[in-house]
Design a protein around this ligand. Structure first.
Ligand SMILES: O=C(O)CCC(=O)C(=O)O
Ligand SMILES: [Fe+2]
Length: 308
């Protein structure tokens, strides 16, 4: 296995067959993801069962059930595509800074996209490095946010002009039988603004865009102001990179130490324009690092309503 760092962060991984990864290489991949935040494993040929098995390297694959894109045989796999058949209301849905599942008690710790088809142009995923952003904070700000917890909810985060607006009322029953409204009512987690990464042991900002709407113990406006300030700092271009999953690549990111966003793309079924990826999100600790202390804990007896 060969790991080549990308600039300014991320790494390409070559000379590995993800159908059969040794225990040593599983450990090394998890360490590499924690170090580089984003890995692009090049040139893979996987069927769904093989990919679903590989996904377990990074944690417990999260099963989703409220999506038309769900694979009945592999409930942890979701298809992302730019097919013109896709409901216009769901297009460009990920084109805003976020981390996956931060509106849940048990957020995703890693997400991976296996590119079955990639367009000739465009289709990159953008990332921001929340370790570098934390380390670059002025000392006074680092002290101010130490120990603070943000309140999160589905569609909680403020979106900027260049981010996909929240298109549909999340409480609208017609969209999905009201499952989003139920989710919003049932899960209002708080997560620390600063975490110690369970694998790297480094401190970084967490979940500072996409879903946070307030800070525990602060007046609403004061919390919103602080969140806006942290987001503006964290997503600044100097902490950003872009990586494209070309056909055959598995693009994996560390949801604990990055924010990401999709880049808007033309919806087309033409040759050279199609983008189709299989997505897996995991939660909990990777089997290779099961001795670490997990970051998140669901309240006793809570059953998560799953969304994609
Ligand atoms: O399509 C992409 O590049 C990213 C989509 C995304 O945000 C996700 O899969 O969690
Ligand atoms: Fe995402």
């Amino acid at each position: 296995m060969k790991i080549t760092p990308l600039e300014p962060f991320g790494a390409d991984v070559e000379d590995i067959d993800t159908r059969a990864v040794s225990v040593e290489d599983q450990h090394a991949l998890v360490e590499a993801l924690a170090e580089h935040h984003v890995l692009r494993i090049r040139g893979q040929t996987l069927d769904k069962a093989e990919y679903a098995r590989f996904g377990r390297t990074f944690g417990d694959p999260i099963d989703f059930f409220f999506t038309k894109d769900l694979d009945p045989e592999f409930p942890a796999l979701i298809t992302i595509s730019n097919s013109p058949d896709l409901d216009p209301g769901r297009r460009d849905g990920a084109s805003f800074w976020h981390t996956d599942g931060s509106y849940e008690y048990m957020p995703a710790t890693s997400t991976m996209l296996y590119a079955v088809e990639a367009p000739d142009h465009g289709g990159e995923t953008r990332f921001t490095d929340l370790t570098a952003a934390y380390e670059a904070l002025p000392d006074a700000m680092r002290m101010q946010i130490e120990g603070l917890k943000a309140r999160h909810m589905l569609v909680g985060g403020k979106r900027e002009a260049d981010e996909t607006p929240i298109k549909l009322d999340p409480d609208e029953a017609g969209r999905d039988g009201g499952v989003r409204a139920k989710k919003r009512a049932s899960e209002r987690p708080v997560h620390p603004l600063v975490i110690t990464h369970p694998i790297s042991g480094r401190r970084n900002l967490y979940g500072v865009a996409g879903t946070p709407y307030g800070i525990q113990g602060m007046e609403p406006e004061e919390g919103e102001r602080l969140l806006a300030e942290i987001k503006a700092h964290a997503v600044a271009p100097r902490f950003n990179t872009e990586v494209k999953a070309e056909a055959g690549d598995i693009l994996i990111w560390d949801n604990l130490a990055t924010l990401h966003r999709a880049t808007p793309i033309e919806y087309s079924a033409e040759d050279g324009k199609r983008r189709r990826l299989l997505r897996i999100s995991t939660q909990g600790l990777p089997p290779s690092h099961a001795d670490r202390v997990p970051l998140f804990k669901a309240p006793e007896g809570h059953v998560s309503i799953k969304l994609a």
